[in-house]
Structure formats: C-alpha cells, structure tokens
Design a protein around this ligand. Structure first.
Ligand SMILES: NC(=O)C1=CN([C@@H]2O[C@H](COP(=O)(O)OP(=O)(O)OC[C@H]3O[C@@H](n4cnc5c(N)ncnc54)[C@H](OP(=O)(O)O)[C@@H]3O)[C@@H](O)[C@H]2O)C=CC1
Ligand SMILES: CC(C)=CCC[C@@H](C)[C@H]1CC=C2C3=C(CC[C@@]21C)[C@@]1(C)CC[C@H](O)C(C)(C)[C@@H]1CC3
Length: 594
C-alpha cells in the first residue's frame, strides 16, 4: 500500500486506542486510506482495526507523559505492585482491562509471555492496577467523540507480513461507504442467500403439508401442492395482523422494566421495554375470555396453512421495509456482516443492527413477542384440536407434555427477557429476512410441529416414560437456565460478588471471558441444555415418524452452525485470549464428545 504524506507511516509502531475504551495498546500501522482518512492498524494479538488519527498517539510521547504522571503521583505504589503477586480474588472488568492495558503499554508481549500472563490471571487472578491504567490512558473526553471502526474482518486475524494488499478490493470498499463495516459472508455467501430465500419458505410448506398425511415421514416424497387458492384466506390474514398489533400494543404499554442493552459500537446503550412476561399473561387472559365467549381456536389447526401463508407475506413485506430503510442508515447503525453490497445477500442477512421506529425496537419485538407467544397459542389450539378430533375430555399425555415443556421454555425466555440482550442475535446480527421470517414464520409454524403432529398421530405414553421424559426436560432446563443466567449476570456486572468465585481470562477489549463455572465445562453450556430440552420435546411423539424429530435435527444443525459463527466472531474480537479460552475449555457443546 503506497502511503501518502500522513502523520504515521506503514510499519510505524504507535499507541492505538481500543474501541469503546480509553485504553491504548501498542499497534503497528499497516496502511492509511486517504478517502476514509483511516489508518489500518494491527494489535499484538492479531486484531486489525481502522482508527482515526486522533485515536493514535506516538509511543514515545505517550510513555513519557504517562510515566512522568504516574511517577509524580505514586512512585512507591508502582514499584511495590510490580514486585508483589496478586492477592485479590475479586474480578472487575475495569481492573481486567486495566491489567491488560498496563501490560500492553509498558512491556512488549511476545506470545509466550502473553500466554503466561493469561495463565497467571486464570490461576492467581488480577493485580490491582486500576489506578495505573487510569494514569496511562487518556481521558475519554479529551479524545472527542468515540469514533473507531472495526476493520473488515477476514476470519482469523493474521500478522501484517502475511497479509497481501488488495488494492482493487480496498478501492471498491472506499467507493461504497454503506458497505462499512463488513464481515466474511455467512450462510454460503451470495449463492447461499438465494438458496435459503427459496428453501426456508418451501421447507415450512413441506412440513405443514407433511403433518397432514397419515404417514408423515420426512423421507416421503413431497405431497402434491394443493390448488393455489387454498393458500389464501383473507380472514387468516386479518387474524395475523390483529395478533401482531395486539402484541405491539402490549409492548409499548409503559408497564415493566426498561432494560439497557449492551453498549453499541458508538458506545450508546439502547433501552428496551422488557415486559414480555406481562405480555404473555395478558395474552393468556384474552385467549381465555375469547374461549369463554365461544371462540373456536381449532380454526388454527384447520387453517394452519393459510395462517402460515399470511404470516409469510407479512414477513416478506417487513423484510423489504427493513432493507429499504437500511439504505438510509448511517454506517455505525449497520451490523458487521450483511453489508456485502450484494442486494440479495444483504436482504437475507439484514443490514441494520437495531432498526427502530422511535423507541419501538423492531428486532427485539419480533424476536420476543408475536412468534414466541404465538407458538404457545398454536400449541394450545392443537391440544383443543386433538380433543375435538378424538372426542377426548382432556388432551393426551404426550400433548400435555409437549405443551407444558414448550410453554415453560417460552415463559422462561420472557421472564428472563433481559438476557436476550446479551445474545448473538441482539448484539451482532442485522435485522433482515432471516430473522423476520425466522421470528414470525419459522418459530410459530415449525416449532409447533410436535403438537401439530400429535393431533392426527396420537402416541400413548406409560407413566414411567412420562417420568423419564419430565426428568430429562428438567435436567436440560436447569443447565440452560443456570448457564444463560451466569453469563448474563457476568456481562451485566463483571464484579458481581455472587460470581467472585469464578475464574476469568482478561481480553484486550476490556471484557473478560468466564473460564470456570458453567462456561468452564464446555464453550456453550446453554446450547447443551437447550439440546437436552429439544430431545425431551420430541420423545413424547414416539419413534414412528421423523416429522416430530425434525426440531431436534434442525436444532443440532442450527446450534453447531451458531457455535462456529460465534467462534469466528469471538476469535476476531478477543484474539489470543479467545485461543487461550479454547485451549482451557476444549469442548464446544458436549463434554468429551464435541
Ligand atoms: N430455540 C431456538 O431456536 C434457539 C435458542 N437459542 C438459545 O438462545 C440462547 C442464546 O444463544 P446465542 O445468542 O447463540 O449464544 P450465547 O448466549 O451463548 O452468546 C454467545 C456470546 O456469549 C459471550 N461469551 C462466549 N463465551 C463466553 C465466556 N466464556 N464468558 C463470557 N461470555 C462469553 C460472547 O459474547 P460477548 O463476549 O460479546 O459478550 C459470545 O458471542 C442459548 O441458550 C441458545 O441455546 C439460540 C438460537 C435458537
Ligand atoms: C432457519 C432460520 C430461519 C433461522 C432463524 C433462527 C431463529 C428462528 C432463531 C435465532 C435465535 C432465536 C432465539 C429464540 C427463538 C428462535 C430464534 C429467533 C429464543 C427467543 C427462543 C426462546 C429462548 O428462551 C431464547 C430467548 C433464549 C431464544 C433466543 C434465541
């Protein structure tokens, strides 16, 4: 890359500010983009970022200034700190960040040294160096508005020497400002996006039609398509619209907590109305009243296809709206990934991270309300349909188990709604067709397949089988809830005294990684619990057909793929600290197996 006359030159070693913090690390300049006026720099752990000139300082000036400041304040303290090992067992993210920052500033960190440092941190915990880092780092205020951008992510960060310059690609990126920030294409890239756009709706149609057959094996040839007019029912569309509006109304009511999301790249923390539990309670009351007034909920079973079609149309319209509005969004509002410049891929993956109409967060609402609560409503309707079809006074054991298990899952998700704010979808994924369709169509019309299946295919369960399945569900739920709560509590308050017994690995971002407790058993204990629950949802349906096992199979694929997406994202974010975590916690989801 040819460097124009700029302050820092390619190859210079300088101090670069870390995004979202006022901490500086030693970095190497890789290049300068005159169009965007950004320097590409590489950190010692291999992370590459683009920084503005104001976020870069020269090494000499920085060290002289900070040293003289810290010396004049407390020379003795600095000496004693460097001699004595850590004694404290409390963690704090600022302290963690400080420890890393101080090391980054005052010593060079070859990988062997760095590994030792991390190991010490795991075993001995951290030195109390918070004040030192404060002295070393410049005040956030002095830096002007926070304005750092992550550089184009290209999987694992590589050393500067190993990375060939790509002038054409750079020029293209500079010419298309809305493609910033970008990330490696997921889901099979551009071709994959075409495939998923066609396959996902076709699959929903296939399983719905399959569920109506007497032999609904997934291996059966697809049933013949019903005439086109059977897909459409204006009344079904009205019901779906009413349901979504009703949920939207409950969401905007000033009832319940206003929770803060995780800090965005801009440093801003959005607020979310987390009143999901209230919403499902009110919905249950309204459904009970409607039943009492003679409403026939078995309509949902008899018009399953038409309701799915109506919801699909809404999800497509919503995705078009999301795509169009994202074209006007500022680059800081776009998600990493989903900004490839390819219309179809971006439409599928979603571009805008948190599309909002005033305070109404579209992604949060769609993920947590109409589809999720709709899932329980549909399951309940299937239980009524089963009773009607087989002239029963009560639903079968299998139907009761499926209903209760999935209701528990949804109610738990809504009760702990705040925890969704630390999940991948909310923090990293753009909102486009994938999530709009996933939330509104996929969840309510395929996660209900076990109940849908049981209406026409009853499966008698013995009492020991019921007990065994309930036990399995409770074990899965325990692992799922405990591990999710542990991570959520830690991310929200890393110095939470209740978590002080846990070991952590500091990372260069200032955030730490849990390395004991649930997150020390496997890298995704929450997925393990979720998978065990999925097994308990399918078992009540027996083994005669594959259809009720569809969720289990899909879920394994989804979670394995999510785990690998998360792995690349975390490696990019945390560099060597993530590798250290992976060395310490060797298995991804199932201990000693995977
Ligand atoms: N029923 C369904 O269809 C689905 C259910 N789920 C469930 O939703 C829940 C959320 O899943 P998902 O969003 O995929 O993933 P996670 O909730 O596991 O979030 C992953 C993030 O957690 C943080 N993290 C990872 N390891 C550690 C660690 N050791 N210490 C601290 N933080 C860590 C990282 O974010 P950072 O460091 O940036 O905070 C990482 O990006 C899961 O329980 C999953 O089973 C998910 C998908 C579908
Ligand atoms: C194939 C396809 C269309 C994929 C879209 C994936 C989505 C269906 C899922 C992505 C993450 C999800 C989560 C839940 C539902 C499914 C989707 C939207 C979730 C809300 C279910 C309830 C849980 O308690 C949960 C809150 C942990 C969970 C969060 C992730």
């Amino acid at each position: 890359m040819k460097m124009p006359t700029v302050k820092y030159q390619k190859g210079d070693t300088v101090m670069g500010r870390w995004p979202g913090s006022s901490l500086y690390y030693q970095v190497k300049v890789l290049g300068f983009d005159s169009k965007s006026q950004l320097y590409t720099v590489i950190y010692k752990d291999g992370t590459e970022l683009e920084l503005k000139e104001q976020d870069i300082k020269s090494v000499t000036g920085f060290q002289t200034r900070s040293r003289s400041r810290s010396r004049s304040r407390s020379p003795g303290r600095r000496r004693s700190r460097s001699r004595s090992p850590a004694r404290t067992t409390r963690r704090s993210s600022s302290r963690t960040a400080a420890a890393v920052a101080a090391t980054a500033i005052t010593e060079s960190t070859p990988s062997s040294r760095r590994d030792t440092r991390l190991k010490d941190t795991v075993e001995v915990r951290l030195s109390p160096v918070k004040s030192e880092a404060k002295v070393e780092a410049e005040s956030e205020k002095n830096q002007g508005p926070y304005n750092l951008r992550r550089r184009k992510a290209d999987g694992d960060a590589k050393p500067a020497e190993a990375k060939p310059d790509q002038p054409e690609k750079k020029a293209k990126e500079a010419a298309a400002p809305s493609t910033i920030p970008s990330a490696p294409l997921d889901f099979g890239g551009k071709i994959g996006a075409y495939f998923w756009l066609l396959f996902l709706p076709a699959w929903v149609l296939f399983v719905i039609l399959q569920g109506n057959l007497t032999d609904p094996s997934l291996f059966n040839a697809p049933p013949p398509l019903p005439p086109l007019d059977t897909f459409w029912d204006a009344q079904a569309l009205c019901f779906v619209i009413l349901w979504i509006l009703f949920q939207a109304l409950l969401y905007i009511l000033p009832v319940g907590k206003l929770s803060e999301g995780m800090p965005l790249r801009s440093g801003v923390r959005l607020k979310y109305r987390t009143n999901g539990f209230f919403a499902i309670m009110v919905s249950a009351i309204v459904v009970a009243v409607a039943l009492h007034q003679g409403a026939d909920l078995t309509y949902i079973h008899s018009h399953f296809l038409q309701l799915a079609t109506a919801t699909f149309i809404i999800s497509v319209l919503l995705s078009i709206y999301l795509y169009v509005r994202s074209r006007y969004a500022a680059s800081e509002e776009l998600a990493l990934g989903g900004n490839s410049g390819n219309v179809v891929y971006d439409f599928f993956k979603g571009r805008e991270l948190n599309p909002r109409i005033k305070n109404f967060d579209l992604k949060f609402f769609c993920e947590m309300r109409p589809g999720l609560i709709g899932w329980c409503l549909i399951n309940f309707a299937m239980a009524l349909a089963e009773m009607k079809k087989h002239n029963l006074d009560a639903p079968s054991y299998a139907m009761i188990l499926v209903n209760l298990f999935q209701l528990l899952y949804v109610v738990d998700g809504l009760w702990n709604e705040e925890a969704i704010l630390t999940t991948m979808d909310l923090m990293h994924d753009g909102f486009g067709f994938m999530l709009a369709f996933g939330d509104l169509v996929w969840v309510p019309f395929t996660y209900t397949l076990q109940a849908y299946y049981l209406v026409l295919h009853p499966n008698a369960l013995s009492l020991p089988a019921v007990i065994a399945i309930v036990t399995l569900k409770l074990i899965g739920f325990y692992i799922f809830r405990k591990s999710n709560s542990e991570k959520n509590a830690f991310r929200r308050n890393p110095s939470n005294p209740k978590l002080s017994h846990l070991k952590t690995i500091p990372t260069a971002t200032g955030k730490s990684l849990l390395v004991s407790g649930w997150w020390g058993v496997v890298r995704h204990p929450n997925y393990l619990g979720d998978l065990i629950m999925a097994l308990a949802w399918s078992l009540p349906c027996g083994f005669s057909h594959l259809l009720p096992w569809y969720y289990m199979i899909y879920f394994i694929i989804l979670l394995v793929h999510r785990d690998s997406r998360d792995m690349s994202e975390c490696r990019r974010k945390y560099g060597s600290a993530w590798d250290e975590y992976c060395r310490t916690v060797r298995y991804r989801i199932i201990p000693r197996v995977y």
